[in-house]
Design a protein around this ligand. Sequence first.
Ligand code: NAP
Length: 300
Amino acid sequence: MILDKRVDGRTKLTGLIGNPVEHTVSPVIHNSLFSYLGINGVYLPLKTEATQLEAAVRGLAALGFTGFNVTIPYKEAICGLLDEADEEVKLLGTANTVRIRDGRLYGYNTDGTGFVTAFKKQTGTDFSGKKVCILGAGGTARTLAVKVVQEGAGRVCIINRTVSKAEVIAGYINNRLSAGSGLREPVFTLMPGTERAREILNSFDIIINTTSVGMFPNTDASPVEDDVEFLSKPIVYDVIYNPAETRFLAAARQKGCRVFNGAGMLLWQGIRAFEIWMEISVPDDVLQDLSASFLKCMEA
Ligand code: NAP
């Protein structure tokens, strides 16, 4: 027998709390980084019931965990348990990363920077002056809408079936973030399926799906009608990564758009979380190697 000596009394403990966590691929990112960088650490999925959230979080601090990620449905609830929150968490009201130091909980949100990093690296372009359409108005939509406005997007249209939720996000950004944008109200909202919504899908530069429509196992569904033409040939991004190509992305690709799935966002939010926990910058060559292997693995 080959003895497995990877875990010992000095192993740094990290993990993911959420529910469900059965299908998470985050351990692949973090455990690959631990091995590749020769850091004695481990990342574990930690399924947590809602009634046990506070007990679980206190337990991780008591057991000396270095930090943890937070996923659905606790990204908002975790904020009430933090000792300190960074600016991003204060702005968004959600956290996906917690660093534990001397028993205190420090909250971060790496989803937005993960998305922007992935988008820029994968597309070779940025948001400056761009017209961006966001489908959906949940937690991810809010994070990405704030981020693209901060990144200098010209106009942002949020399309959601519950349009009141889109209006809340638009109002929040227009009131708090639009000062430097040169536009009085950079964010506006529409109902899906309307003529105006169709015009946006045919004329904007970037379209991002943040709804869960099309995600496994409901892979036959799409957040837009099948006959949308995408006439302006926008960059089309879907934050879903399972399946690797949603019905929405397949339709956009067939109509000549460059399309990207959410694997890059997942990867880069994870890398940023890892850097926060380990208090390091992962070297560029390691990032390139990890990125190539991970994105290939996610296409398979
Ligand atoms: P959320 O807060 O629950 O929001 C879900 C959104 O989807 C809402 O806008 C909701 O519309 C819409 N929606 C759900 N079912 C719909 C349907 N049948 N028809 C039309 N709209 C529907 O969820 P979230 O946390 O933002 O997550 C959204 C997606 O992002 C998930 O697929 C998640 O896996 C993915 N995600 C990916 C990453 C990554 O790293 N790639 C990170 C975070 C999240 P209503 O407002 O009308 O209910």
